[in-house]
Ligand binder design. Structure first.
Ligand SMILES: Nc1ncnc2c1ncn2[C@@H]1O[C@H](COP(=O)(O)OP(=O)(O)OP(=O)(O)O)[C@@H](O)[C@H]1O
Ligand SMILES: CC(=O)N[C@H]1[C@@H]2OC[C@@H](O2)[C@@H](O)[C@@H]1O[C@H](C)C(=O)O
Length: 379
């Protein structure tokens, strides 16, 4: 076993709903001890500012550019992450000396894998100074430099969790249904295949926000009153994304929400929940073999309509669907835990991504390390 470190992972995902904070003790390999989790939601005003950065980010050509609102939002986002860490430490009666490293994702504001361009705002140096803890950040860039899609990165962590499953009857898949969904296949011999599997909650969120003024369809309540509009569903599911030879990673804006005329409120929510479920099963057709079970994490597992659709579609392939909690995990904490795990791998010089996960040419490491002591000494 390698050296066990205590790491905090920080994730602000595509849904832009808040900061997830999780603690993991790990050697970056098979030893994983999951610790506490804290979700710190954004207030609506900051969420709107964050969403505004997506428009401004479209002008970026070089990933170091911070046009228009980006510099000020990056600064505020980083301070909010520092505050989230302080609150997490306080609630869990921990001190900074208990933590070896923070894995900092930041906020993706632009992702164009075809141009090898991915931009996460979040200032690692400022976070290290504010918290007094070493920070590993910018973990996607090196993958892209080596021909990878820059996402998903969580699969290495899924594989570490699956190593604890023991004897299995077949392949298992982890599915993260966040703003976008992604899929990790772990074969019986531990082989990993992973990719983004399609739109997740973002389309649903955008739909109910525009037509009902609410940020998400809690529990799938709105969807439960509607019916699937087949033409609308097919419009999404016929996308070349699902049939192209190559698995591509997605930008939040790759799939756009329906127009108001496309459906009534509840039919739209129902259809988009179905699309999220069907996208996963359709994308699973590119796996080496169909999994016998899907373990679902991310906020989408709380949408009952989406989950029932996924269960029904998976059953047609003889597969079962369980929530992360049913498998013994925390479906809200998974991505933040993964960023903690990846930070420890980064410190140990271990690969973060593999040809089977991002299409990278060979297994590569990644991440930039800021040690607050060295950084302050240099100033
Ligand atoms: N109780 C709930 N009922 C239905 N949907 C929910 C519920 N809670 C959260 N969600 C959905 O989950 C989304 C957040 O999911 P999550 O935090 O997994 O996404 P993310 O991490 O931001 O995205 P990604 O994984 O793409 O980076 C919300 O935007 C909402 O659509
Ligand atoms: C560029 C980017 O931020 N991609 C996210 C997004 O959200 C879900 C899906 O698309 C996934 O591939 C990725 O995040 C997860 C945490 C990952 O890299 O594994």
């Amino acid at each position: 076993m390698g050296e066990v470190k205590t790491a905090i992972g920080l994730m602000s995902g595509t849904s832009m709903d808040g900061i997830d904070v999780a603690l993991v003790r790990t050697d970056g390999e098979t030893f994983v001890e999951r610790g506490p989790f804290l979700g710190v939601p954004y207030d609506p005003a900051f969420r709107d500012r964050l969403k505004g950065t997506l428009e401004d980010a479209k002008a970026i050509v070089d990933r170091s550019e911070r046009p228009a609102s980006l510099a000020s939002v990056e600064y505020e986002l980083t301070l909010r992450h520092a505050e989230a860490v302080r609150r997490f430490l306080e609630v869990n009666r921990l001190s900074i000396s208990d933590i070896d490293v923070i894995g900092f994702h930041g906020q993706t504001v632009l992702h164009r894998p075809d141009q090898a361009l991915t931009v996460q705002i979040g200032d690692g140096r400022l976070l290290a100074r504010e918290t007094g803890i070493a920070v590993v950040y910018d973990m996607r860039a090196n993958d892209m430099l080596h021909g990878g899609q820059g996402a998903p990165l969580v699969p290495a962590y899924h594989a570490a969790l699956a190593a604890g499953f023991g004897e299995r009857r077949g392949a298992v898949s982890f599915v993260n249904i966040g703003g976008i969904s992604n899929l990790t296949y772990i074969g019986r011999e531990g082989e990993i295949v992973a990719y983004d599997s399609g739109p997740g909650n973002t389309l649903i969120d955008q739909w109910v926000e525009t037509h009902a003024g609410i940020p998400f369809d809690q529990g799938g309540m709105i969807a439960s009153e509607g019916r699937v509009v087949p033409d609308l569903a097919e419009r999404y599911l016929q996308s070349p994304f699902f049939t192209d030879e190559k698995r591509r990673s997605l930008d939040r804006n790759d799939f756009l929400p329906p127009q108001g005329a496309d459906a009534e409120l509840s039919d739209g929510a129902r259809t988009l929940a179905y699309v999220a479920a069907a996208a996963i099963v359709k994308s699973a057709g590119h796996l080496p073999e169909l999994p016998v079970s899907y373990v679902v994490c991310g906020g989408g597992r709380l949408n009952r309509v989406l989950m029932q659709d996924l269960r029904d579609l998976a059953a047609l392939q003889g597969a079962t669907v369980v929530s992360a909690e049913e498998a013994g995990f925390d479906g809200d904490a998974m991505e933040a835990e993964a960023w903690a795990y990846l930070a420890v791998r980064s410190l140990a010089g271990l690969p973060l991504t593999y040809p089977g996960t991002t299409g990278v040419r060979e297994p590569v490491g990644g991440g930039l390390l800021i040690d607050p002591l060295l950084d302050i000494a240099r100033d």
